[in-house]
Design a protein around this ligand. Structure first.
Ligand code: ATP
Length: 216
């Protein structure tokens, strides 16, 4: 099943995509050189940017028929630089749900999300004292707590050491496969793409090569 479909899309004079489909309930990695258009593509999948030409479908609905706010509730993006709010770790985990008008999660659910990202910290701890890598994982945990159909992750392990990155990817991919969630993530790590992706989109000068190489 396809979750995202792009047809004859161009954007910002950077992307040129004749056709691209991204499967539902799978982990898709976007790889490619710096400046090749990976973040621009991810932003299109979050309706943060609109294409200059062409059409994008989410779950078989064209983008112009879905309210961007609703779209972003189903496809939650975690940008490369984590966004943190004043307050505790718990406040930072609940705030995504609160913005989406969803009920609060229980402390058990929050602790489970922290465990998935290997950040087993006290929920009442001040988030301001976290390291860069810890902040990155907290932002990822916040997105997981929202339980969206799709997680759009811009280099989610870039601030982590290799062992922690592997552990987070192992736990995250096991979790999303069990839940039937879709992950689309940018990575510069060949190892992560080869080990955890079901399919890989390689961007070259704004053009995806092939249509997602199946890894497994
Ligand atoms: N809003 C914009 N307007 C015009 N050009 C842009 C805009 N955003 C990005 N670009 C350009 O588009 C190209 C692709 O940028 P993008 O951030 O998508 O690349 P990337 O593959 O994610 O790179 P990196 O791996 O370095 O993060 C770059 O040349 C960038 O300067």
């Amino acid at each position: 099943m396809t979750l995202f479909r792009l047809k004859e899309v161009s954007a910002k004079g950077v992307l040129s995509i004749p056709e691209l489909t991204i499967p539902a309930n799978k982990v898709t990695c976007i790889v490619g050189e710096s400046g090749s258009g990976k973040t621009t593509l991810l932003r299109l999948l979050n309706q943060l940017d609109s294409p200059d030409h062409g059409e994008i479908w989410f779950d078989q609905r064209p983008s112009n028929e879905i309210d961007p706010i609703e779209w972003r509730r189903h496809a939650v993006m975690v940008p490369q630089a984590p966004i943190l709010f004043k307050g505790t770790i718990k406040d930072n985990l609940q705030i995504g749900l609160s913005f989406a008008g969803k009920p609060e999660a229980s402390d058990e659910q929050l602790a489970e999300a922290l465990r998935l990202v290997c950040l087993e910290k006290d929920l009442e701890q001040d988030a301001a004292n976290l390291s860069g890598g810890e902040q990155q994982r907290l932002a990822l945990a916040r997105a997981i707590v929202m339980n969206p159909a799709a997680l759009l992750l811009d280099e989610p392990t870039s601030a982590l050491d290799e062992d922690t990155a592997d552990m987070v990817m192992q736990r995250l991919t096991a979790f999303v496969r069990k839940r039937g969630m879709t992950v689309v993530m940018i990575t510069h790590s060949r190892h992560i793409a080869d080990t955890y992706a079901d399919s890989v989109i390689e961007m070259k000068n704004g053009v995806p090569q092939g249509n997602g190489r199946d890894v497994q």
